[in-house]
Write a new protein. Structure first.
Ligand SMILES: NC(=O)c1ccc[n+]([C@@H]2O[C@H](COP(=O)([O-])OP(=O)(O)OC[C@H]3O[C@@H](n4cnc5c(N)ncnc54)[C@H](O)[C@@H]3O)[C@@H](O)[C@H]2O)c1
Length: 259
């Protein structure tokens, strides 16, 4: 029955007990909301963040049905990713879900002013960081013929704004890698998708000028900024059994801003 079927899917979606989930950049913002959501849904969550934990590493840990641990991993550094992966695989023997969320966006990226260190740092974390984790963790997924990889693009990949070209290019490349991996890894039982967040209220956006925020809000049909949880919910869905036939999608989470 259609009704029953819907209920079963909804329950399955919230059930991650026994699943091992790696969330990069889970120290704050979208990644933290995602890590907490998976833990609350029963998963064993390992956060990889390059920054050291500030104070209590995880909020609401007592409410979590699963568990949440944090390791210092810099995704732009292949050796750091390898060390993180060795530890996870030794301890848990598998990774079911990889959420590539770590990202940075800073500096003068304008045509004539961008410098090598800004370019390398932006490409290093957003693009190479995503390639590094997939490179290191996908073989374990392929061996089990099972896995979910969810990358992080941005609406700026399709609608770049002046002065943020490097970030837009990195996020466009992440979208293309997502589609390439979806074809390559699909036959091995792994789906690869990406979220493309719009304007989400997180520490990353704390420095945006008020006028820009107002302009973005005016163009957002749902009339509010996004919350980290809005993206975490999509991560949860894409990682769930209910989303098993979604592969190679770049899912906008922007309240309609790009319409
Ligand atoms: N907030 C938005 O409006 C928005 C919009 C589009 C896309 N995104 C993307 O969503 C993701 C999360 O954004 P957010 O707003 O939560 O950012 P954030 O700055 O609040 O958090 C990012 C986290 O990633 C970590 N990190 C950065 N570089 C890392 C590295 N090399 N290795 C490991 N960890 C690293 C940081 O320490 C931080 O904890 C990013 O990929 C970002 O580009 C955000």
């Amino acid at each position: 029955m259609a009704h029953e079927h819907g209920v079963i899917e909804a329950l399955t979606m919230a059930e991650f007990s026994g699943k091992v989930v790696v969330v990069t950049g889970g120290g704050q913002g979208i990644g933290l909301a995602t890590a907490e959501s998976f833990a609350a849904a029963g998963a064993t969550v390992i956060v990889w963040d390059r920054s050291e934990a500030r104070g209590e590493p995880v909020r609401d840990q007592r409410r979590a049905a699963g568990s949440l641990e944090r390791r210092q991993v810099d995704v732009s550094d292949l050796e750091s990713v390898r060390r993180g992966a060795d530890e996870v695989l030794e301890q848990h023997r598998k990774v079911d879900v990889l959420i590539n969320n770590a990202g940075v966006n800073f500096g003068d990226q304008s045509a004539a002013e961008i410098n090598d260190s800004t370019w390398e740092a932006i490409l290093g974390t957003n693009l190479k960081g995503t390639v590094n984790t997939v490179r290191v963790l996908s073989p374990a997924m392929v061996r089990r013929k099972q896995g979910r990889i969810i990358n992080t693009s941005s609406i700026l990949a399709r609608f770049p704004v002046p002065g943020l070209g490097a970030y837009a290019a990195a996020k466009a490349a992440v979208a293309t890698m997502t589609r390439a991996w979806a074809r390559e890894l699909g036959p091995h039982g792994i789906t690869v998708n990406a979220v493309a967040p719009g304007f989400i209220n997180t520490p990353l956006n704390a420095g945006l000028p008020g006028e820009l925020i107002q302009a973005l809000l005016q163009r957002t049909p749902v009339g509010r900024p996004g919350k980290a949880a809005d993206v975490a919910n999509v991560h949860l869905f894409l990682a769930s059994d209910a989303a098993g036939f979604i592969n190679g999608a770049i899912v906008p989470v922007d309240g309609g801003l790009t319409l």
